[in-house]
Write a protein that binds this ligand. Structure first.
Ligand SMILES: [Zn+2]
Length: 469
């Protein structure tokens, strides 16, 4: 087996430290075995059941955390019956473990001792767990606005979290710099090893449905690795003559960040670059999907569609599914929300599968963070390019409001009772400071907490502590 560029077809050895071809093209594994039903190890549950299809040297032991064949649970919503593939029962609570288990097994076999990655989401948590298991050092570069719950999970596995100020692209640049200095860039979207592992979803579905493919698969798509893994898995099954045709693939995005949807409805073969809008479906908040062209081709080849849903629809779908006993994070619920849109194209009697990609435990922080709201405001009003040049304006605005507030108390002589105008200006000043802090990469919520703690200490020192006890 070799790595081969999907663009210029140049080949590289499996142990290359490059994460893409010199021409910029993505890697594929050349010579990856297909699916042979007689080679399935029926004594094993989970992805290693299909070990002969995976790019791991025969003599290398897999790195495993006890992956299982994820259950297929039938349910219904508004009269539409479908099967949930409960991927959140994977070791770290998301489907990413299928890819990571393969990737980390290969890396250990290649003698890699240190990896870096720029996902602060499920892929980062998964990589942190499997590298902990394999004894490989792991550093994760995260943007300041990364989800607190997932960062806590990553840190718990012992990976080093490196905060990177500014937008997501900065974290990507930092990780590539670290990779150029010698660490292995174990990217969940660049790596073809991870993609190879995701094909096992298709193999499992084929076995679980009685050796046949479903008619439809509806799933969230950000970088689209799950979609491509499933597509390739079913393509293997078709090439082996085990299924007559591929299931229709329906990729679902969040309306505020939908480059594949934009391309699909415009008939484009390439994703349409979009601004990265905020969504609770953080796992699909990807404005430039790496293998977008291949995703669009796979969707069209199978007769599927790309859809986009609003956060409101997503949350309603998450709640409706939870009332049926299945608890997912908002990213997974975009696919459930899309089912209502697919009603006209899904016939009664068809088999429809929705992979439940991530656990509801991943998203206890349901409210958008203060910093998120500030960032959205900056993007909405086009301030992000000019913010630095507005520093003086912003700071002087804060100074003016402070002066007004001081005057309103007669310089500390009477209680502060702000007029509605002054209250509004306080809000403006708070925004100005927050926007300024955000543009410099300050973690606003953490800073606020620290400020409150400091203030508390000062109050205690001044003898105010316990006054209400
Ligand atoms: Zn190339």
């Amino acid at each position: 087996m070799d790595l081969r560029c999907t663009s210029c077809h140049r080949t590289y050895p499996l142990d290359t430290r490059l994460w893409h071809c010199a021409c910029g093209g993505t890697f594929e594994i050349a010579g990856l075995p297909g699916f042979d039903p007689t080679a399935v190890d029926s004594t094993v549950s989970g992805l290693w059941r299909y070990r002969t299809t995976l790019p791991l040297p025969e003599d290398a032991a897999p790195v495993t955390l006890g992956e299982v064949t994820t259950p297929l649970v039938e349910t219904e919503l508004d009269g539409l019956r479908f099967h949930c593939k409960v991927e959140y029962l994977s070791p770290t609570g998301s489907f990413k473990d299928r890819g990571t288990a393969v990737l980390v097994s290969v890396l250990r076999a290649l003698g890699v001792t240190e990896v870096v990655e720029d996902s602060s989401g499920n892929a980062g948590a998964s990589l942190a767990a499997y590298t902990a298991r394999a004894g490989i050092a792991c550093r994760i570069f995260v943007p300041a606005h990364a989800s607190t719950v997932k960062k806590a999970q990553i840190a718990a596995f012992g990976a080093q979290l490196v905060g990177v100020p500014g937008p997501r692209e900065n974290a990507a640049q930092a990780v590539q710099q670290a990779a150029m200095e010698g660490a292995y860039y174990a990217s969940h979207y660049y790596s073809p090893f991870g993609l190879a592992g995701l094909r096992t979803v298709a193999y499992e579905l084929w076995e679980q449905l009685g050796r046949r493919a479903p008619d439809n698969i509806v799933l969230p798509a950000g970088h689209g690795t799950l979609l491509l893994g499933i597509y390739r898995g079913f393509r293997d099954l078709k090439q082996s003559g085990l299924i007559p045709r591929l299931p229709r693939l329906f990729a679902v995005q969040a309306r505020t960040c939908a480059p594949l949807y934009a391309a699909f409805i415009q008939g484009s073969t390439e994703p349409i670059p979009v601004e990265e809008g905020a969504t609770m479906a953080e796992g699909v908040r990807i404005s430039r999907p790496l293998r977008g062209r291949e995703i669009l081709a796979a969707v069209r080849e199978t007769g599927g569609q790309v859809l986009a849903v609003s956060d409101g629809e997503t949350l309603a779908a998450r709640d409706a599914l939870a009332r049926r006993g299945l608890y997912v994070e908002p990213t997974s619920a975009v696919a459930i929300a899309a089912l209502a849109h697919l009603r006209p194209v899904i016939s009664a009697g068809e088999t429809t599968v929705v992979p439940l990609t991530g656990s509801g435990f991943k998203s206890l922080n349901q409210q958008p963070r203060f910093q998120e709201k500030v960032r959205d405001f900056i993007i909405q009003h086009g301030l992000h390019h000019a913010l630095e040049t507005h520093v003086m304006d912003l700071v002087s605005e804060v100074g003016e409001v402070s002066k007004e507030a001081l005057k309103a108390t007669d310089y500390g002589q009477c209680p502060f009772v702000p007029t509605p105008e002054l209250a509004g200006e306080l809000g403006d000043a708070l925004y100005a400071l927050a926007a300024l802090g955000d543009s410099c990469g300050v973690d606003l919520e953490q800073s606020l907490e620290e400020a409150l703690r400091k203030y508390e200490t000062r109050l205690e020192a001044a003898g105010h502590a316990g006054s209400n006890q």
